[in-house]
Ligand binder design. Structure first.
Ligand SMILES: NC(=O)c1ccc[n+]([C@@H]2O[C@H](COP(=O)([O-])OP(=O)(O)OC[C@H]3O[C@@H](n4cnc5c(N)ncnc54)[C@H](O)[C@@H]3O)[C@@H](O)[C@H]2O)c1
Length: 254
C-alpha cells in the first residue's frame, strides 16, 4: 500500500509494538495516525510524538471498536489502514478460568473480527483498504506454558488467512505479524524466556518489517527468520516438531 497521506489506526498504540508502529507509519508518510488504546495516557504520549490523535478504546468490546471506527471516519478521515495490534498474554493451561480464556479470546481474536466487521464494508465501498493484524509466532508454533495465548494467536492467524482469501483480490490488503519475542511491556521480566530463544527484537525493528510488508503487500510478516524454518519442520513431521517442543518445555519450564 502507499502510506503517503494515509489515515491509519493502531490499537495497542500506548506501548511496545503498537507505539513503534504508529511512529514508523508517521515517518513513512501517514498523514493521520490514530493511537488507540485502553491506556489513554500512554496513547496520548505516543500521539504527542507524531502529532497524532489519541483515542481510548477497549479491544474486548465490539461497541468500543465500532465507535472508534465510526468516530475516525466521521471526524478525521476514511481509514486506509487498520492495525489490530492490542493483545494480552495469558500464561497457564487448562486450569485457567473460563473468564480469563474468554478475555484472551475477545482481545486476541474477536477484536480482529469486530474491526473487520465494521471497517471492511467501508473499504470495499471505496475499493481499497488494508488490515494489519498482530498475531505472533505463537500463532504458528504455539507457546510453551501459555495455552490461551498459543490457541488465540492460532485463531488470529486463521482469521487473517480467511480475510486474505475472501478480500485479498477485492482491493483489501491483509498482513499478519508473527514475531517471536519483542521487547515490550508484555515481555518485561521474561527477557530470557523460551520465546527469546532466537533473540529479543526491538519494537522499532519489528515496525520496520511491517512497513516493508505493507509496501510489498506481503501477507506473512516474520521478523525472526527462524520461524519459517520451524514451520517447515512442523509441516514435514508433526512428530518431530512436537518432540522438539517437548525438549524446549523441559529446558525452560523444568
Ligand atoms: N512482545 C512480544 O514478544 C510479542 C511477540 C509476538 C506478538 N506480540 C503481540 O504484539 C501485540 C502488542 O504487544 P506488545 O508486545 O507491544 O505488548 P505491550 O503490552 O507493550 O502493548 C500492548 C498494548 O495493548 C494495550 N491493550 C491491552 N488490552 C487492551 C484492550 N482491551 N483494549 C485496548 N488496548 C489494550 C495495552 O494497554 C498496551 O498498550 C500483542 O498482540 C502481542 O500479543 C508480542
Amino acid at each position: 500500500m502507499n502510506l503517503q497521506g494515509s489515515c491509519v489506526v493502531v490499537t495497542g498504540a500506548a506501548s511496545g509494538i503498537g507505539r513503534a508502529l504508529a511512529i514508523a507509519l508517521k515517518s513513512h508518510g501517514a498523514d493521520q495516525v490514530v493511537c488507540a488504546d485502553i491506556d489513554l495516557v500512554g496513547a496520548q504520549t505516543t500521539a504527542d510524538q507524531i502529532a497524532g490523535t489519541a483515542l481510548q478504546m477497549d479491544a474486548s468490546e465490539e461497541e468500543s471498536i465500532k465507535h472508534l471506527i465510526e468516530h475516525v471516519e466521521r471526524e478525521i478521515a476514511p481509514i486506509d489502514l487498520f492495525c489490530s495490534n492490542a493483545g494480552i498474554l495469558t500464561m497457564g493451561g487448562v486450569e485457567i478460568s473460563n473468564e480469563d480464556w474468554q478475555r484472551t479470546w475477545d482481545i486476541n481474536v474477536m477484536s480482529h473480527v469486530w474491526a473487520a466487521r465494521h471497517v471492511v464494508p467501508r473499504m470495499l465501498e471505496r475499493g481499497e483498504g488494508y488490515l494489519l493484524n498482530t498475531a505472533s509466532a505463537a500463532g504458528l508454533l504455539n507457546q510453551i506454558g501459555a495455552a490461551p495465548y498459543g490457541v488465540t494467536k492460532h485463531a488470529a492467524v486463521g482469521f487473517a488467512e480467511w480475510l486474505a482469501i475472501t478480500y485479498g483480490d477485492k482491493g483489501i490488503g491483509v498482513s499478519v505479524l508473527c514475531p517471536q519475542a519483542v521487547r515490550s511491556e508484555m515481555t518485561r521480566g521474561f527477557e530470557d524466556s523460551v520465546a527469546s530463544l532466537d533473540g529479543l527484537l526491538e519494537p522499532e525493528t519489528v515496525a520496520d518489517f511491517c512497513i516493508t510488508a505493507l509496501k510489498n503487500n506481503d501477507f506473512l510478516i516474520l521478523p525472526h527468520p527462524q520461524v519459517k524454518e520451524y514451520m517447515q519442520i512442523k509441516a514435514g513431521s508433526y512428530a518431530r516438531w512436537i518432540a522438539g517442543m517437548q525438549k524446549l518445555r523441559d529446558r525452560f519450564m523444568g
